[in-house]
Design a protein around this ligand. Sequence first.
Ligand SMILES: Nc1nc2c(c(=O)[nH]1)N[C@H]1C(S)=C(S)[C@@H](COP(=O)(O)O)O[C@H]1N2
Ligand SMILES: [Mo]
Length: 171
Amino acid sequence: MSNDTQHSTEPPSADAESGTPTDTGPHVELRGRTTRSLSLDELAALPTVERVCTVTCASGDRTTATWTGVPVSDLLSSIDAPPTTTHLRVASDDGYCACIAVTAALDGLLAVSRDGSRLADTERYGTRFVGPSVDGERAVKGVVRIEPLELGADDDPTEWETLSLDDSTYG
Ligand SMILES: Nc1nc2c(c(=O)[nH]1)N[C@H]1C(S)=C(S)[C@@H](COP(=O)(O)O)O[C@H]1N2
Ligand SMILES: [Mo]
């Protein structure tokens, strides 16, 4: 007896290992000596804190809000960032990229909520790098990557960043 019918295909299992379907959405890559890639849900499930931060634009505009997010210090320990790290390069999906002194970044947050609302629900981005010592133009929206850098005294940190965009997605 012949059976030309192919064995039935397996049910889709693409998400079986990675978890919920939302894991296929935006991820933040943390590139230390260990690299991690976290979805928005995975990020929001980590221990978070609330911090009041003011985002001040060079134009003088400022907005103060209560941000909820994962402490940058926790993220850095979780990727085994070298103790010699001097700066963090924080990149957005719009091409924006800031280089932030680690001393300023350490009391910052990778925020997922502002004033109690998830950024993903109210903005076109789901994450934001904020901190009391992080200036407004470096409060990166839509973070896709955080990378520790070790810059020398003669290195110019602004050479590692691209702050102004001709065609800005997030402004
Ligand atoms: N990804 C991304 N983040 C960004 C910008 C941008 O163009 N792209 N603009 C920055 C600048 S210059 C400022 S002043 C603030 C503005 O934040 P607000 O829109 O929440 O006031 O976001 C910063 N973060
Ligand atoms: Mo700005």
